[in-house]
Design a protein around this ligand. Sequence first.
Ligand code: GLC
Length: 403
Amino acid sequence: MPTLQEEAVRLLDANARRGKDYYYTAPSRRKYPHQWSWDSAFCAIANCRLGRPDLAKAEVLTLLGKMLPSGALPHLIFHDLARISAANRALRFYWPCADRSPLVQPPVVALAARTIWENTGDTHFLRQVLPPLEKHFAWLYETRRFGGSPLVSIFSPWESGLDHKPSFDPLLGKLARLPFGKYIVLYVAEMEMARLRFDPREIEGHRYFNVREVLFNTIYALGLEALGKMSAALGENSKAAIYSARSEEVEKAILIECFDPATGLYFDVDVRSGRQIREPTISSLAPLALGHLPAQMAAGLVRHLANPLEFWLPYPIPSVPRNSRHFRPRSRTYLWRGPTWINTNWLLVEGLKRQGYHEMAEIISRKTRELVEKSGFWEYYDPLTGQGQGQRNFAWSALAAII
Ligand code: GLC
């Protein structure tokens, strides 16, 4: 019987795509054959921890190599234009750059770079990746902050990586309530933004979707922290101090702006109204991954996580709690509305360890491995039965082997 690690390596190899000037892991061979930003970063983390840092480095360098001149890191990249499906071509005709998206995703790439650095001590790699990483974080800092908040905004639910998370519903208007309406709304909104050349001031002025998403900002804070550590490793101490101060500032802002004292959970902020969107989802628990979360707040989140009416299901951690009216453990039409995903499990298990909840982290790790052992590497899983759903042989589910 092959071990889980061996199976994960086999999966990552089968999904690997190589060309003259690229290497990446396709999320799935059929539905998602292209390079997605946070998928790639998660796969690089898995490859590195599975003892294959060279593949991890190649994947991170491929991704960073496709950064737009502005510093935006595309959420989706087509390396082989000849292989783009007609649907993708038709739907993306408005992209300013034909082979890459003008949207972004959570900057997990900085965590991947840090993992590679910590596992290899390769300073040459660090010198290669730090400048583009800094450029991307400077772009986020300069173009995605509004109204004096240190938190950054996303301009489309797709930028969260949590596409149809129910907290976005109230912001998407009536069309989104029709069958497949959410998809239509997202494409239409993207086209409108393209018309405005994705200019943040225009988007703010036209009052488009503008949200301080909790998971995105948690990863942004962790990314700044990683930039601080990596700059310090190169002896760039003043830079290191700036990044770690920024990271702490973002952490504090999450604790102030996104915290809801009534529930003890964290919620996204709609920048247009200035209000929290009080809809519990997996993002509500994301601050568990932060470095400076006060013990009392961590304990509050752990209570929600351990509650069988909310997140403590047979196969945790569901993307929406069971007692939410949006809980759909088997929905295939809309993503992130109930099923358990392995990338968020990995992030929250790291967080639980960081906050000192080792036993709970170990239970979730074990159950995550069980999911894969039971039904294979699926895109997401029914949190009640553990049944795999969506795309099979889904690459970032390889994280189950290193969780
Ligand atoms: C889905 C997921 C998103 C992921 C993409 C490619 O859209 O919601 O997070 O990046 O698929 O796997």
